[in-house]
Structure formats: structure tokens, C-alpha cells
Ligand binder design. Structure first.
Ligand SMILES: NC(=O)c1ccc[n+]([C@@H]2O[C@H](COP(=O)([O-])OP(=O)(O)OC[C@H]3O[C@@H](n4cnc5c(N)ncnc54)[C@H](O)[C@@H]3O)[C@@H](O)[C@H]2O)c1
Ligand SMILES: CC(C)[C@H](C(=O)O)[C@@H](O)C(=O)O
Ligand SMILES: [Mg+2]
Length: 364
């Protein structure tokens, strides 16, 4: 197989964690006789610096000709003064829209080895295994009109959803739920206040009729925020609109122990887009403290969803599990002075997991 992958490393810790993910992908490709061709492209703050725009035309054109795109993170405080349409984040939103993927899968799993790292008690997180399906191309992010009228000190954004937009992401969520053990969907909305959420609830309910094996529950987003922290094990697939999914998926970092542990894959468009959930983390960029596991698990999702390599995807996930079980930690998942734990830098953690992937590939 020849797989062409756009590498959109971006800003801050983006390049640091993407490098580790690419090393893992290369190892898998070599071991299995595949060729993974990487096309490094600029996006975000680094693209603004080089070309004056967060999404240069070349980046988009070349990414559209790839089989998959792997993104690190975008965002740089030095561009905070710019309007939203010119900031690094606009590059990410534009490429998401152009690639067309609307179903953003964000798994959040409680690792046994990290039970003591979560601020939640182990008996609360133990066994939690949630798959967020976040609608990625609608809602407040893309709704028009939008503006900040500086002369009148007034600003507005528009939340828009159509039946078709809700239905297509709901179908993906129901398909995924029907293949999972619990077969349950929690659809999150704010139907007590927002018309968009009332439409959302009606469409999700309609779609559910085609999936008799899947149980559907509706949950208001504000109370969902607390249920996620008090009883995360009760959830299976969590289906949300764009902004609610952005917020709740970061919150689920608490269940796993760190935001740096969370991967994602965006499906349904011309080219699947893969990105860890976290951002460019300017507070730790360049210090070697970035956790590469979210990016490495994102590489596993590339194999699962763009290369049909389920066994190899699982093998990477098992290698991560083993690394954690042995007590290996990056700073974000380390607890001071715990016996049997070693704190590693980004590249050290990447290399350690890579070694375990190599060993598993040759054993399999
Ligand atoms: N997909 C993306 O590109 C993406 C996602 C979220 C935020 N951002 C951007 O990133 C910038 C910073 O945003 P933020 O600080 O709100 O969110 P962030 O996710 O970058 O960081 C939040 C906190 O988590 C920590 N963290 C994040 N990833 C980590 C990792 N892999 N290992 C260890 N610690 C990690 C950071 O150090 C920070 O303390 C902003 O410009 C924002 O717009 C980009
Ligand atoms: C950077 C930003 C545009 C992005 C989002 O809000 O979707 C990020 O927070 C994410 O979760 O991927
Ligand atoms: Mg986010």
C-alpha cells in the first residue's frame, strides 16, 4: 500500500508531538512492507509568519491530494491581537471545512495505570470508555452572520443547524454505537433554551428509529458536564454539536489523566483529518514536557480509519498501555515521588513507545 499523508505540524508543541507520531507510522509501514509518503505543509502561526495567511493555497491543494492529513496543533499567542478570521485557528477551521469531514471522533479512555493521576477517585473512572462524536462543520463556528461592531460595542455569532447536518453525524454515531458493547448514545443539547438544540433532539430521535439495538438518551449540556465527572462509566457514545463537543471533550481529559492523552479522527469528508485534541500548549512548548501519547494514539486512528490496519492500530494502543503500566510518564501525567515511576521527555516517551511497537510488530 502507498499512503500519502499530509503532515500539518503547526505551532508550539504541534511539531514536537507530530514527530513522535510520524516515527511510529514509519515503523509500522516498514514492518508491513507499505510506503507511507509524508508531505510536510505549513498551517497556523508558522504559515502566517512565512506567507501571511494561516492556510496557504499550497497547503490546501496538496492536502486535498493526500489520502489522510495528520495535524499537530495551531495557535500562537503572538497572533492574539488578530481578528478570528486571520488567526492561526482560522487556518484549521478552513482546512476542516475544505476537507469536509463532519464527524469528529474523540475517544476518552481511563487507563488503569493512570487511575491515580486523575483528580477523580479511581472507583469513579475505572473502566470509563467514552467515544465523543462531535459535529465539526456546523453551529457557532461557521454560522453566518458573525461580526464585532466596534463602533457600537456589539458582537454576534450565529448558531445554525440543518436537518441534513444533524442527520449525517447522528448516523455515524449510531453506526459506531451499534458496534460497541454498551450500544448506548447520549445526545447532548440545550433543548430547554435553543431552537438549534430542539431540531438536534428531533432529528437524533428520528434517526434512532433505524437503530433498534442502540439505546438513546438525551442530556442537557450543563448537567452533562457534571455527570461526565461524577459517573463517566455510564456513558458510551456521546453525540454533540460542535461547541458542546469542543468543551466536553477537553473536560474528558480529566478522566484519562491529561488532555495530552486524547486523540481524534475526523471522518466523512474528502480526506480524513487526524489531530490530537489538545492545542499548541505555548506554556510548555520547547521544554520537552509535551506528552506525545495523544498524537501517537492519533496515528493509530490513521491506521484504523485510513489504512484498514486495525491490528496495527490496536498494537500501538497496547504499546501505549504497556509503557504506562511500566510506570513511564511525561510531566503532565507524573505524580511527584511515586515509586516505580519515571518521568520522560517527549522524545524519550516517543522512542520508548516506538520500541514497544517494533517488538510487537515483529512478534505478530
Ligand atoms: N487542534 C488545535 O490545533 C488546537 C486545539 C486546542 C487549542 N488550540 C490552540 O492552542 C493554543 C493554546 O490553547 P490552550 O492553552 O487553551 O489549550 P492547550 O490544549 O494548548 O493547553 C491546555 C493545557 O494543557 C496542557 N497540554 C496540552 N497538551 C499537552 C500535551 N500534549 N502534553 C502535556 N500538556 C499538554 C498545556 O500545557 C496547557 O496547560 C491556543 O492558541 C488555542 O487556540 C489549538
Ligand atoms: C483551535 C480550535 C479551532 C479547535 C476547535 O475549537 O475546534 C480546538 O479547540 C479543538 O478542539 O480542536
Ligand atoms: Mg478544543
Amino acid at each position: 500500500m502507498h499512503l500519502k499523508i499530509a503532515i500539518l505540524a503547526g505551532d508550539g508543541i504541534g511539531p514536537e508531538v507530530t514527530n513522535e507520531a510520524v516515527n511510529v507510522l514509519t515503523t509500522v509501514a516498514n514492518a508491513r512492507g507499505h510506503v507511507f509518503e509524508y508531505i510536510p505543509l505549513l498551517i497556523g502561526g508558522v504559515a502566517i509568519t512565512a506567507y501571511g495567511t494561516p492556510l496557504p493555497p499550497e497547503t490546501l491543494e496538496k492536502t486535498l491530494r493526500c489520502d489522510a492529513a495528520l495535524l499537530g496543533a495551531v495557535g500562537d499567542n503572538k497572533f492574539n491581537h488578530l481578528p478570528p478570521s486571520e488567526r492561526p485557528e482560522a487556518g484549521l477551521l478552513r482546512i476542516r471545512a475544505a476537507l469536509g469531514g463532519f464527524a469528529n471522533l474523540r475517544p476518552a479512555v481511563a487507563y488503569k495505570a493512570l487511575a491515580d493521576n486523575s483528580p477523580l477517585r479511581p472507583e469513579i473512572t475505572d473502566g470509563a470508555d467514552i467515544l465523543f462524536v462531535r459535529e465539526l462543520l456546523g453551529g457557532l463556528y461557521f454560522g453566518e452572520p458573525r461580526a464585532w461592531h466596534k463602533s457600537t460595542d456589539r458582537a454576534h455569532n450565529t448558531m445554525v443547524y440543518t436537518r441534513a447536518e444533524v442527520e449525517r453525524v447522528a448516523r455515524i454515531a449510531f453506526d459506531l454505537a451499534s458496534r460497541r458493547e454498551k450500544k448506548k448514545i447520549t445526545s447532548v443539547d440545550k433543548a430547554n433554551v435553543l431552537e438549534c438544540s430542539q431540531l438536534w433532539r428531533a432529528v437524533v430521535t428520528d434517526v434512532s428509529r433505524d437503530y433498534p439495538t442502540v439505546t438513546l438518551e438525551h442530556q442537557l449540556v450543563d448537567s452533562m458536564a457534571i455527570h461526565l465527572m461524577t459517573r463517566p462509566r455510564d456513558f458510551d457514545v456521546v453525540l454533540t454539536e460542535n461547541l458542546f463537543g469542543d468543551i466536553l471533550s477537553d473536560e474528558s481529559g480529566v478522566i484519562t489523566g491529561s488532555l495530552g492523552m486524547l486523540p481524534s479522527a475526523t471522518l466523512g469528508g474528502k480526506v480524513n483529518l487526524y489531530e490530537p485534541v489538545h492545542g499548541s500548549a505555548p506554556d510548555i512548548a520547547g521544554t520537552g514536557k509535551a506528552n506525545p501519547i495523544g498524537a501517537i494514539l492519533t496515528a493509530a486512528m490513521v491506521l484504523r480509519h485510513s489504512a484498514g490496519m486495525e491490528a496495527e492500530a490496536k498494537l500501538i494502543e497496547d504499546a501505549v498501555d504497556e509503557a504506562l503500566n511500566e510506570g513511564n510518564r511525561t510531566t503532565d501525567i507524573a505524580r511527584g515521588n511515586v515509586a516505580g515511576q519515571t518521568t520522560l521527555a517527549t522524545t524519550q516517551m516517543g522512542e520508548l513507545i516506538l520500541g514497544k511497537v517494533e517488538a510487537r510488530l515483529s512478534a505478530a
